[in-house]
Design a protein around this ligand. Structure first.
Ligand code: TTP
Ligand code: CA
Length: 367
C-alpha cells in the first residue's frame, strides 16, 4: 500500500470560539460555556471555555459554581450552549475542508479526519504547506482557528493534533511515528480505558513504548486475539483504518399525532415514550450514543416549536431520553396556554463507542 497522509482537524475551544466570533469583545475575557440543568440558576456544568478561562484551571465537565469560584474577581462571561449556532459554523467549516480531501470523516461537531494523500502526492513536506493553506482559508472564510495533526494514519494524526493546541500544526512522518508515541501513557491510545490501563500497569506497561515492545502472544493471552493484536499494532503506530465518509443521518427523530389535543403531561408522555422506544431501537442497531435530546411540538394554532437540551456526557439509554423529554415538555407546558396536537422526539450529536468491534476485526484482518 502506498504511504498515506491523513489529517485530523480539531477546532479550538470550539463552542467558546463560536461565541467570540459573534461577539469579538469577549476575546479578552474568560469565557465559559455552560450546560444549565435548569434546576436552579446555578446548577450545571462547564461545556467548554476559552483559553483565558483555562488559565484559571476551568475545565470541561466541572460544576459551574466551581468555575465561578475560580473566576471570582475576573470579568468572566458565562453563556449557555447554543448548539444550533455551533452546528451552522461547524457545517460551513466542514464544507470547506471537504474541498481539501479525497475523503472526509466527521467524527464530532468539531473534529474530522481527512485523507489528503493524492492532494499532496504522498509528500509530508507538501502536506505542511497544504495544512497551512487550509487553516488560512478557514480563518478567512469563517473566522475560526483549529489544530491539525498530520500523520501516516488516523491514530498518529489524532495524537499529533492533541500534542499542540490551540492553532497547532503538527506533522509526524512515518519514520518518526513510533518514537513520537513511545513516551506517552498507554491510555492515550483509543480503546485503552481505566480498566485496561490498570491491567497494563500491573504488567509493567506504562507507556506506549512499553506496550510496543511487550510480547504480542502474551497480550493475546491476556486480552484476547482481537484486542491483543490491536494494542500491539496501535502501540507500534500501525493503523490501516480508512478515512471513511459517514453517509449517516445526523439525527434520529420520530413524530406522532396525539389522539386528542391536550395540555396533560402524562398523556403526552405516553405518546413520546412510544416514539422514544422506536428511536432507541435504531440507536442500538447503529451503536450510537447521543449528546442532545430535543422535542418538537405542533400546537392547536398549528404553530410548531422545539426545545432541546445538551447532556453533560454522551448517553445511549432510553431512560435518559425519556427523562429529558419529560423535563422539556414539563417546562414547555408551563409556559404556554395552547394545547398540543402533534409531538416529536429527536436525538443528535452522535458518537460511537470505541473501539468498535467491527473496526477492530477489520483492523485485524488487514494488518
Ligand atoms: P473538545 O474538542 O474536547 O474541546 P474544545 O474544542 O472546547 O477545546 P480544544 O481547544 O481543547 O479542542 O470538544 C469540542 C466541543 O464539545 C467543546 O467546544 C464543547 C463540547 N464539549 C462538551 O460539551 N463537554 C465536554 O466535556 C467536552 C470535552 C466538550
Ligand atoms: Ca476542539
Amino acid at each position: 500500500m502506498q504511504n498515506r497522509i491523513v489529517m485530523l482537524v480539531d477546532f479550538d475551544y470550539f463552542f467558546a470560539q463560536c461565541e467570540e466570533l459573534r461577539n469579538p469583545t469577549l476575546k479578552d475575557n474568560p469565557v465559559v460555556i455552560g450546560v444549565y440543568s435548569g434546576r436552579t440558576e446555578e446548577s450545571g456544568a462547564v461545556s467548554t471555555s476559552n483559553y483565558i478561562a483555562r488559565k484559571y484551571t476551568v475545565k470541561s465537565g466541572m460544576p459551574l459554581f466551581l468555575a465561578k469560584r475560580k473566576l471570582e474577581g475576573t470579568d468572566a462571561v458565562f453563556l449557555p450552549v447554543d448548539h444550533e449556532y455551533y452546528e451552522q459554523i461547524s457545517y460551513r467549516i466542514m464544507q470547506i475542508l471537504r474541498g481539501y480531501a479525497s475523503s472526509l470523516e466527521q467524527v464530532s461537531i468539531d473534529e474530522a479526519y481527512l485523507d489528503v494523500t493524492e492532494q499532496v502526492q504522498g509528500s509530508f513536506e507538501k502536506a505542511k504547506d497544504y495544512a497551512q493553506k487550509m487553516k488560512n482559508e478557514v480563518t478567512e472564510q469563517v473566522g475560526i482557528s483549529f489544530s491539525v495533526g498530520v500523520g501516516p494514519n488516523k491514530l498518529v494524526a489524532k495524537i499529533a493534533c492533541d500534542s499542540q493546541k490551540p492553532n497547532g500544526l503538527t506533522i509526524v512522518k512515518p519514520e518518526e511515528a513510533k518514537t513520537f508515541l513511545a513516551p506517552l501513557p498507554v491510555d492515550r491510545l483509543l480503546g485503552v480505558g481505566k480498566k485496561t490501563s490498570a491491567k497494563m500497569d500491573s504488567l509493567g506497561i506504562k507507556t506506549v513504548g512499553d506496550l510496543a515492545s511487550y510480547n504480542v502472544q502474551k497480550l493475546i493471552d491476556i486480552f484476547g486475539r482481537i484486542l491483543g493484536v490491536y494494542f500491539h499494532n496501535a502501540a507500534n503506530a500501525v493503523d490501516n483504518e480508512p478515512v471513511q465518509e459517514q453517509g449517516e443521518a445526523e439525527s434520529i427523530s420520530r413524530i406522532g399525532t396525539l389522539k386528542q389535543d391536550t395540555k396533560d403531561l402524562a398523556f403526552i408522555l405516553q405518546k413520546t415514550d412510544e416514539l422514544t422506544d422506536d428511536i432507541s431501537k435504531e440507536l442500538a442497531e447503529k451503536n450510537l450514543s447521543f449528546k442532545q435530546v430535543a422535542i418538537y411540538l405542533v400546537l392547536t394554532d398549528l404553530s410548531s416549536k422545539s426545545r432541546s437540551i445538551t447532556l453533560e456526557q454522551p448517553a445511549k439509554d432510553k431512560e435518559t431520553i425519556k427523562k429529558n423529554v419529560k423535563e422539556l415538555f414539563g417546562k414547555f407546558l408551563s409556559e404556554t396556554q395552547l394545547e398540543v396536537r402533534r409531538v416529536g422526539v429527536k436525538v443528535s450529536g452522535f458518537s460511537r463507542e470505541e473501539p468498535r468491534q467491527k473496526q477492530l476485526t477489520s483492523f485485524f484482518q488487514t494488518s
